[in-house]
Design a binder for this molecule. Structure first.
Ligand SMILES: NC(=O)c1ccc[n+]([C@@H]2O[C@H](COP(=O)([O-])OP(=O)(O)OC[C@H]3O[C@@H](n4cnc5c(N)ncnc54)[C@H](OP(=O)(O)O)[C@@H]3O)[C@@H](O)[C@H]2O)c1
Length: 234
């Protein structure tokens, strides 16, 4: 895809991976909109990156509707949706699990991503091209203790990636899952303050670079899924 002049919608663009991706894609000539729940954080990120802010929660159906209305009014067409918004939630052991633990994280990581993609798919099928990037996790490939909730949502996202690939390839739509291992961001923190860079851990910029690289490939082919590891994170 030619990133220059393309129209890209990134969910969860006020911090971390989403913000770094917005910055890099803007610098590469794309028109980018970012979403997020906190207006102050989102507008600060918009100022920093040059991206267009849409205050919206992917867990709220009306917000998804409104995101597309505002995006299409501003940009007219969509070339790429990046399903990046994601939360970790509580990490209960299985014998401590509550329905609320599953419900809150599934609403963002699974239901939100699916409904955002559904709306993109309507547009992409009509225009016969488009890209969806799902930000998964290495937790989408291998689970661990205390990861009943988060890992299950990322396994679910991976299943949806494969379903959408099967449905949308014939419309020239490329659905790509990027699975980062630990990235030094505000993820999982309650204060929402970005972590300082850690020398041997991944930074949001590596993931932004990965997203740019998979998008830049000629549309004849695409990379269905890839993981990004820190070389020596211990
Ligand atoms: N950091 C890691 O170690 C890591 C590793 C693998 C995968 N990932 C995945 O990468 C993605 C981004 O993570 P990150 O590390 O950049 O997290 P982050 O620093 O916490 O940033 C998350 C972004 O998403 C937004 N967001 C959260 N819930 C949202 C919702 N319901 N609707 C709209 N926006 C929402 C946040 O803004 P507001 O809070 O203001 O809404 C923020 O802009 C997530 O899907 C995560 O699962 C992260």
């Amino acid at each position: 895809m030619n990133i220059k002049d393309s129209n890209i919608l990134i969910t969860g663009g006020s911090l971390g991976i989403g913000k770094a991706s917005a910055k890099l894609l803007m610098e590469s000539g794309a028109n980018v909109a970012i979403t997020g729940r906190d207006k102050g954080r989102l507008h600060a990120a918009a100022k920093e990156t040059g991206a267009f802010p849409i205050v919206a929660d992917v867990a709220v159906v009306e917000d998804i509707e409104r995101t597309y209305q505002i995006f299409l009014k501003e940009f007219q067409t969509l070339d790429c949706l990046i399903n990046n918004a994601g939360i970790g939630g509580r990490r209960p052991l299985i014998d401590e699990l509550q329905l609320q633990d599953l419900d809150s994280v599934y609403r963002v990581n699974v239901f939100g991503a699916a409904l955002m993609a559904s709306k993109a798919a309507v547009l992409f099928k009509k225009q016969n091209h488009g890209h969806i990037i799902n930000i998964g996790s290495t937790s989408a490939l291998k689970s661990d203790a205390r990861s009943t909730v988060y890992s299950a949502t990322k396994f679910a996202l991976r299943a949806m990636t494969q379903a959408w690939q099967a449905e949308l390839r014939k419309y020239n739509v490329r659905v790509i899952q990027v699975n980062p291992s630990e990235v030094a961001t505000a993820f999982g923190s309650t204060d929402r303050i970005e972590r300082k860079p850690v020398d041997n851990k991944l930074s949001s910029e590596e993931i932004a670079y990965t997203i740019k690289a998979v998008l830049e490939m000629d549309d004849r082919g695409f990379i269905p899924e890839l993981s990004v590891w820190a070389t020596n994170p211990w």
